[in-house]
Design a protein around this ligand. Sequence first.
Ligand code: NAD
Length: 479
Amino acid sequence: MTVQNYINGEYKDPISNQWIDNYCPANGQVYGKIPNSSKTDVENAYKAAKAAFTSWSQTTLNERSKILIKIAELLEANIQHFAQAESQDNGKPISLAKSIDIPRAASNFRFFGNAITQFASESHESTGLNAINYTLRQPIGVVACISPWNLPLYLFTWKIAPAIASGNCVVAKPSEITPVTAFLLGKICNDAGLPKGVLNIVHGLGNTTGQAIIEHPYIKAISFTGGTETGTHIAAVAAPMFKKLSLELGGKNPNIIFADCDYNDMLETTVRSSFANQGQICLCGSRIFVEATIYEKFKTDFIAKVKDLKVGHPSNANTQIGALVSKNHLEKVMHYIEIAKNENGKILYGGNKVTIKNYEDGYYLEPTIIEVKTNDCRINQEEIFGPIVTIMPFKTEQEVLQMANKVKYGLSATIWTNNLKRAMHISNQIQAGIVWINTWMLRDLRTPFGGIKASGIGREGGFEALRFFTETKNICIKY
Ligand code: NAD
């Protein structure tokens, strides 16, 4: 499949005619090519967006809402096609693409299509001064949305939907590793009646296409999801130009399990929070801390459950663990298994490449559980972003809180306990943007989403996203 750029409502080859191979993670073969767009392609995308802005920013909220909801409906109507494409491009099980990724991409459009009709601004009557202040939240202009490969269409649309709902025009770049569903989205937008130029999608490498976007002097805001290192670079480039930034970065999230939890519920969910999407979710609970009194029991039961997980070809309906996204990523993840061994981590289960008959070159890895002695080791401190979790026991609330916080990241945390006082105490003290108590990844799109420390700045989700994508202006009238 040849992926093309989507600029001004039309599919176009890159001006330079430079292309990158696109690999299928399930079999390691090249199955398509994608543009490696240059500065000129980005400039063309910017010009199309700028030309569309005057009219789009004046479109009524009802009209915008109608178009966004139509995009959601068309995604739902084409769910099979999109799910297959996502699974082939990313290596994730088709069941996951069908039940999570594509439905959520549709929900993103529907949610922000509705949210924009409810988004209100404030007014302040300045009592005694005969004045009234009111606040406008106006679209910014041309904004950038840059997304990663782990939840390709899900995260791409999580940015695009609020950006266009609030009246901006967009230059967007999906990950070069998983470009296909973003490519398919262009046609859906045309069919839904999105005016040309409102959304422009350019494909290519981070350090060429991505760099041209973040350096563009008139793209005034960047919503970025990806690695902490890339986020640091983007912040440095954007700061002197005073661009508005939302950075959703890496994580190394604690999953804290107390003996008084609902054990079976915790066990089921912990398998998911460890290995869903091959562990390639920024919210995965990759550091598992278990209260010492149930540590041995947990270890036995967890290993038994994880052994049952079926690693297989993503298009097989029974597959629970598909392929990792790329050869490079597989190698990086496997390197951490070596690091663990050198640090005296004990591999309790997994640790090996899996070979699937007829797909021997695919990027498969066993779900892996490593017992560690200390939270200070590299595999407990660095983001691995694959099917690897560590486990270790703790004795006291204070001790586990200290270990949970002793990491550079602060994205999410999960706490399993039926002791309300303890749950409240830990969730108040824990350094994370999102805390789940007795659940994991339960998402309500109205809630603020984002991390602290090296996990990023800014919040997306609900009205937070609409606030990010608008410029606030206060007007004071004296009467
Ligand atoms: P990445 O940082 O390598 O790439 C993300 C995107 O940035 C890609 O589209 C890439 O092409 C682009 N990019 C790279 N260099 C760039 C540059 N110089 N200028 C502009 N754009 C550039 O991340 P990845 O490997 O695709 O994704 C994995 C990371 O994403 C993990 O660290 C994970 O934790 C993080 N992530 C965070 C969240 C969150 O919500 N906090 C969600 C998902 C993934």
